[in-house]
Structure formats: C-alpha cells, structure tokens
Design a protein around this ligand. Structure first.
Ligand code: JE8
Length: 278
C-alpha cells in the first residue's frame, strides 16, 4: 500500500517511522510519503490560510495549495499500477465515524492520500474538486475536538496498517482471524495477567492457573460480558442473540440484561434490583 500525507507539520508524522508501521515501511509492505503543504505555496510568507468568507472566528485553509498538492501527488501513480485512483481521506470532526469496519475497508485500497487540516478546516471547494477525480472519505475519530488532522492520521494509519498482510506477527494475525467479526463490534476484551503469580500482594484469578480450559474460556467470556455492561452497554444492543449461549444469557441476567424479542435489552426495573443501586 502507498500512503501520502499532506500536512503543514510534517514532523508531527514522525511516529509513522516507528514500531509496527515503521517496520512495515522498512520492509516495503507500506510506502509512506509525508509532504509539506507549504511546498505548494508561491508567496514569500508561504501562506496556507485566510479569513473565512461570511465572517467568524479563526482562519480557513486556502484551496489553491491543496489543489496543487493533490495534482502533484496524483501525477505520480504507483509504477506497478498506474491506472488506480487513490482514495483521499480527510479527517474532520464533521465526518462519518472512523470504525474498525472502515479501517478494514481502507486496508483493501492500494493508495491512500491523507489531507491534514488545521485552523477551522479546508476550503470546501478543495474537497469538492478532489471528489470529482477520486473517492473522498471525510472521517472523524470521535466526539472530541482536536487542533488538526495529524493525530487522526496517526491513529488511522496504525489501525489500517496493522490489517495489511505481513504487518503483524503470526500470533497476532491468527488471533484476529478467530475474531472474524472484529473485536469491539461485539464485546469488549476482558482483563489479562502474566507472571509473577504474586505482585504487591495481588494474586492472579485462581481459575487462570487451574488448567481447566473450558472453565477459563467461560470465565473470560463472563469478564467480557461484565466489562461490556459496565463500560459500553450500547454494544450489547448490537449483539446478535444467536451468538449468546445459555451461560451467556445467565451471566447477562445477573447483570440486568436479557434477550427480549430478538434483542439484548436492559431488564425492566421492577424485575431487576441493581446490586450497585441507581
Ligand atoms: C480539526 C478532529 C478528526 C476529531 C480533524 C481535523 C482540522 C471546525 N473545527 C476544527 C473548529 C475547532 C478546531 C477544529 C480543528 N481541526 C479537528 C479534527 C477530529 N478526525 N475527532 N476531532 N477533531 C481538523 C482542524
């Protein structure tokens, strides 16, 4: 996969040279090129922003440097597949959610261009002109406000990159295969432990050292269910009840959740007394 990143802060993307993604780049599974948007300015001040039409706070990124940057980058297609159009990814708080499913979809593309906005964002016309020539995905990391798209690109490239064949070690990739539906789109993961068996007066749950693999799997499933109820109850409503066995249903019942007309729902208050109150 080829990835181009356009930013006014190329040094912000330095982490892409480290760890999993950095190794994939070294091994040529990924080719990452970071570009300074100011290359495509022509004035002495290398201006990339101007005041917003209609008034209001802050500054807006001018369309011309973006148009020239995308023209220049797309003029150099992959030598091995010159006919493929890249997909432009634009992180923005007003985009569609960037999810694991979206990461998997983008991992199938051979060429991604990421456009990092700053200030109040990029002049709309630059995005529209790009969309006339290539697929454009405006995506948001989540419901909080960042100062620009760079951190979002780091997150997205890591999530996409680890899905590419040959990027993860065998152990990890095999594990992901066994979770074909994808973690997070089902249940949260439970707690994990390693040696030493005693640490600062704390032991490891006895079940994990019992050697009873059936009981361990059941315990882990119960932990995953309990964490999901506590931290992400909205995920339970998305669960397909056919994936829940009678033990899952008993665990959920103890946590105040049940299968009602084909959906996982909170047990009605009169039928369930929450042990934590509320
Ligand atoms: C950004 C961002 C994602 C997320 C992404 C790109 C470019 C319009 N607002 C822009 C006004 C306040 C400041 C904002 C700064 N900004 C934020 C994000 C994002 N993906 N989940 N949160 N924030 C830009 C400029």
């Amino acid at each position: 996969m080829r990835i181009d990143v356009v930013t006014i802060f190329p040094e912000y993307l330095a982490p892409l040279g480290v760890s999993l993604i950095g190794k994939a780049a070294e091994r040529r599974v990924l080719e990452i090129r970071t570009h300074d948007l100011r290359q495509w300015t022509s004035d002495v001040h290398r201006t990339v922003d101007d005041s917003p039409y209609g008034g209001g706070p802050g500054m807006v990124m001018k369309p011309e440097p973006w148009g020239d940057a995308l023209d220049a980058i797309t003029a150099n297609p992959l030598p091995e597949s010159p006919e493929v159009a890249p997909t432009l990814v634009v992180p923005t708080p007003s985009g569609r959610p960037f999810t694991q499913a979206k990461a998997a979809e983008l991992a199938e593309r051979s060429w991604l261009i990421f456009a990092c906005g700053r200030y109040e964002g990029i002049d709309r016309r630059a995005i529209e002109a790009a969309a006339d020539r290539m697929p454009v995905e405006e995506l948001s990391l989540g419901d909080y406000v960042l100062a620009g798209g760079e951190v979002a690109v780091l997150v997205m490239v890591e999530a996409i990159g680890r899905l590419l064949p040959g990027v993860l070690g065998n152990a990890d990739s095999a594990r992901d295969d066994s979770f074909a539906a994808g973690p997070m789109e089902s249940l949260l993961e439970g707690p994990v432990y390693t040696k030493p068996a005693q640490w600062r007066g704390r032991g490891v749950p006895e079940i994990l050292t019992s050697g009873n693999h059936g009981a361990i799997a059941r315990w882990r499933r119960d932990q995953a269910l309990a964490r999901t109820v506590a931290n992400r109850p909205e995920l339970l409503a998305r669960l397909d009840p056919v994936t829940l066995d009678k033990y899952d249903r008993a665990t959920l019942a103890g946590l105040g959740w049940e299968v009602r007309d084909g959906r996982v729902e909170r047990t009605e208050a009169e039928d369930f007394v929450d042990k934590q109150g509320s």
